[in-house]
Design a protein around this ligand. Structure first.
Ligand code: CO
Length: 167
């Protein structure tokens, strides 16, 4: 099932999100629905409050190159290192994009759908998406951290300039 996305302003996005204590059939279905919803809206991450569920669950899937699908239950950041500034958007803020400072590398822990505790270390874009989604679960929104707004029509130019700087 594809859920509608909760759009800002809506206090569902800033409420407390409860820890998951048990992996139920409903939670497994929700994880499947969250992935389907994220893909249907062309997202790379989705936190449960964004579909109206105030629980500590998020999904992240950039591409196979970035490790495929991550289903994060009760995720936590264990270690943050370095800093990196890059462009971000959010399905709950259509048309709003901006640069945000994040840690370059994070080590996170979470429970997967089998109830196994996992640890993953990520850098760059994957680390950025993990941090964005884990902040949703603390009721925090990326717009509070925007350094510079980038208009949607300037996003291509922003990435072109980034690539030039990396060469
Ligand atoms: Co978001």
């Amino acid at each position: 099932m594809i859920y509608p996305i909760v759009i800002y302003p809506n206090n569902i996005l800033t409420r407390e999100n409860k820890q998951v204590n048990e992996i139920t059939d409903e939670l497994i279905d929700l994880l499947d629905d969250m992935r389907e919803t994220m893909k249907a809206h062309d997202g790379v991450g989705l936190a449960a409050p964004q579909i109206g569920k105030n629980i500590q669950v998020a999904v992240v899937e950039i591409s196979d190159e970035f490790g495929g699908l991550f289903e994060l239950i009760n995720p936590e950041i264990l270690i943050s290192e370095g800093t990196d500034i890059d462009l971000e958007g959010c399905l709950s803020f259509p048309e709003i994009y901006g640069t945000v400072e994040r840690a370059e590398t994070v080590k996170i822990s979470y429970y997967d759908r089998e109830g196994d505790q996992m640890e993953v270390t990520a850098s760059g874009y994957l680390a950025r998406v993990f941090q964005h989604e884990i902040e949703h679960l603390a009721g925090k929104l990326f717009t509070e951290k925007i350094i510079e707004r980038i208009a949607p029509e300037n996003i291509e130019a922003y990435y072109a300039e980034e690539e030039d700087q990396d060469d």
